[in-house]
Design a protein around this ligand. Structure first.
Ligand SMILES: Nc1ncnc2c1ncn2[C@@H]1O[C@H](COP(=O)(O)OP(=O)(O)OP(=O)(O)O)[C@@H](O)[C@H]1O
Length: 302
């Protein structure tokens, strides 16, 4: 478990992070969400000591990060950046093997782990000997992820990891990652300013403004249980889509007619959004009456 306790950081006398506290459970994904300059990246960088807080403490499984050897601490935390952070003069294979080489892994183990990551991250194995500039944006980001994951760190820090990608690639990488067992087991802190991305990835979301936490909670609680004016305004433009993505079809059982529920081709656990999307994609309606579904959704919200 990762705990931040009353963390403060100033740059040139100005507070960038102002008394932040939160905990991230093992296996949980916490997303720091907020506009540019609200202190998300600084918060993330303090976790692996790329920045030092002015006050407060950060604990990893009960031990202050200050008491770790800094190299050892960073090796235990994968770090993924928006611009992938690959070394331009290293091949893909050399980039991914950087930390395993520092840890004196034998060549065979590195190759085996690399092969398995190529498969999991949908990377074409023929790019192994290419240099980053010869790759597409999506491939570079996948290589960046492979590099962060190869040593199986317990903690993964991700700073706008999909920010440089087009929206289609971004959505597909997000879906792939969320499906990976390696990913689900980790303690993850991810930074983004993209509201949809936060809602797609997070177990809990920490909305920040001017170095402070405005609200920290599940996507549901941010949408349906927020009295915070900043949070309301921040989610305003995308609220309907977020709500449709957050409410599960199973939750509408009590408000939809039984025959609608019985005759529809949805899978339990799908969000209302996914059911609508599937229905549109299939061409012939898999749900008998989409209007009925929307009616049910709005009456559920009341
Ligand atoms: N090394 C630094 N020196 C001086 N000021 C800094 C430094 N790093 C960050 N800041 C300032 O601290 C504040 C918070 O920056 P930070 O990068 O953490 O915000 P952010 O929410 O991640 O924004 P963005 O999404 O634009 O990266 C900003 O006002 C920024 O200008």
């Amino acid at each position: 478990m990762l705990s931040l306790k009353n963390i403060t950081k100033k740059f040139d006398g100005r507070l960038a992070v102002d008394g932040i506290s939160f905990e991230v459970e093992t296996g949980e994904t916490l997303v720091l969400l907020g506009t540019s300059g609200c202190g998300k990246t600084t918060t993330l960088r303090m976790i692996n000591r790329l920045e030092e807080p002015d006050s407060g403490d950060i604990l990893l499984d009960g031990k202050s990060v200050k008491d770790f050897d800094v190299q050892e601490l960073r090796r235990g935390m994968g770090y993924v950046l928006q611009n992938h952070g690959l070394f331009p003069h290293y091949t893909v294979a050399e980039n991914i093997a950087t930390v395993p080489n520092l840890m004196n892994w034998d060549k065979k183990k590195i190759l085996n782990e690399m092969e398995s990551l190529f498969e999991k991250l949908n990377l074409d194995p023929t790019i192994r000997d290419k240099f980053p500039e010869q790759l597409s944006g999506g491939q570079k980001q996948r290589v960046g992820l492979a590099r962060a994951l190869i040593t199986q760190p317990a903690v993964l820090l991700m700073d706008e990891p999909f920010g440089a990608l087009d929206s289609i690639t971004r959505i597909s990488i997000r879906k792939e990652l969320k499906g990976l067992a390696d990913f689900q087991e980790k303690t993850i802190v991810m930074v983004t300013h993209d509201v949809q991305e936060a809602f797609d990835m997070a177990d809990r979301i920490c909305v920040m403004d001017q170095g402070r936490i405005m609200q920290l909670g599940t996507p549901e609680s941010l949408l349906f249980d927020s009295s915070n004016a900043f949070v309301k305004q921040f989610l305003k433009d995308q609220r309907l889509q977020l709500e449709l993505k957050t409410v599960k079809i199973d939750e509408l059982k009590s408000v939809l007619p039984v025959e609608w529920y019985m005759n529809s081709g949805f899978k339990s656990g799908q969000s209302v959004w996914e059911v609508l999307e599937d229905s549109l994609a299939s061409g012939d309606a898999t749900i008998p009456d989409p209007g009925m579904l929307m009616k049910g959704f709005f009456s559920f919200k009341k």
